[in-house]
Design a protein. Structure first.
Length: 392
């Protein structure tokens, strides 16, 4: 709250309050019997007039206030309360806005003027004069400099937070783009596989029809059209796959970037994924419904990828002492999938990773019309789960 009072937005308001306090001093606190000449009154009025300048041009205002204090000290007869307070406050305003040589110039000038005002007390009261000058000049300057440094640190922290948020959003978008590209490659591979099968079967049907009795020309024409359309579609799909696959993404650790899987081999592939996790030391209980072999290739591949990523995350974050449970079940043609772990019990050495595995899994599930639930488990551990609806 205190630092907010000295915010740049409130410069005019606080200087107005300073002027009002000066007027209050002249009307209520000043001793009427105190001797004063026209220089004292002129110095006070000039100090009030210079207040707006301190808000707009702190360096010029501080120098002008210091000059008025010097004139009042040398030529006035009364107390220089108004010029002293005004020049000290001007030094504070300057410390809030302009560090460096300008601040040192004003500070040195104020020290000199204050020492000159009390020259008759030197050298007998040198310590008292120095202390008084430090209070009148040094404290406001240090106070303003401290507030300015606090502001700078706050701005730097805000800039770092903004940059970190921008970097995190950028990495998240990149992870989503990579995952969507991988999904697109896999989907195209699956579709290309089926289209290739259709083209092959149509070719066989054409061969059988033309090799026997005279076929109906209309049937042959339809088969020819289907075969030509399928062949063209297959060529387009292969071209799309070639474009989607970046050369550097062709292999990962010596394995194909996209591995097609037959539905009937999905249970074995899921067991293999569990075995690989067990080789890292994680205890995995796998409850795999044999009916998952009836899944279509797209959802089967998604289930396998989710399982591999989830078990890898268990080994990475919960450690080799973790206990995980994999559940894959069929319910009314929809597949229920979940992986939970107990959080492990031993020390974990985090493995390097992008930190966006959940993002990619969520994108993969959303493509298939599902929703990935992820969060901590009561008592420790982590849970992932989703329901992939039946294929339309």
């Amino acid at each position: 709250m205190l630092t907010r009072m000295f915010d740049e937005r409130y410069a005019s308001a606080r200087l107005l309050l300073l002027s009002l306090s000066g007027v209050g001093y002249l009307l209520l606190l000043r001793n009427p019997a105190e001797p004063r000449n026209w220089v004292d009154w002129a110095a006070d009025l000039t100090e009030f007039a210079l207040v707006p300048l301190c808000a707009r041009l702190p360096f010029a205002g501080a120098l002008a206030q210091t000059a008025v204090l010097a004139v009042a000290s040398l030529c006035g007869e009364g107390q220089t309360v108004i010029p002293t307070v005004g020049s000290s406050w001007a030094a504070l305003e300057l410390a809030l806005h302009s560090p460096g040589p300008k601040l040192w110039i004003v500070t040195a000038a104020l020290f000199g003027v204050n020492y000159a005002d009390d020259w008759h007390k030197l050298p007998g009261e040198a310590l008292g004069v120095t202390y008084n000058t430090l209070i009148l000049v040094g404290v406001p300057v240090l106070f303003g400099a401290n507030i300015r440094a606090t502001r700078q640190l706050a701005r730097q922290a805000e800039a770092r937070a903004t940059e970190e948020e921008r970097r995190r959003l950028s990495e998240t978008r990149a992870a989503r783009a990579d995952e969507r590209t991988a999904i697109a490659r896999e989907l195209h591979d699956v579709v290309a596989h089926h289209v290739a099968s259709i083209v092959l079967r149509v070719g066989v049907a054409r061969h059988v029809l033309t090799g026997g009795a005279r076929p109906d020309p209309r049937t042959v024409a339809v088969l020819d059209d289907v075969h030509a359309t399928g062949t063209a579609a297959l060529a387009d799909l292969r071209q799309l796959v070639t474009v989607l696959r970046a050369p550097e993404a062709g292999t990962v650790a010596g394995s194909p970037a996209v591995v097609s899987i037959e539905p009937e081999s999905l249970p074995a592939a899921l067991e293999a994924a569990a075995d690989r996790a067990r080789q890292t030391g994680v205890t995995v209980d796998a409850d795999i419904d044999p009916e998952v072999s009836t899944l279509d290739a797209v959802r089967g591949l998604a289930v396998l990828r989710l399982t591999q990523e989830a078990l890898t995350n268990v080994a990475r974050h919960a450690g080799p002492a973790a206990h995980a449970r994999l559940v894959v079940r069929m319910r009314d043609r929809a597949v229920e999938w979940s992986v939970t772990d107990d959080g492990g019990s031993g020390p974990v050495v985090p493995a390097p990773g992008t930190g966006h595995g959940i993002v990619g899994m969520r994108e993969r599930v959303q493509v298939l019309g599902g929703r990935l639930e992820a969060g901590p488990v009561v008592g420790g551990g982590w849970a992932l789960g989703t329901v992939l609806p039946a294929a339309a």
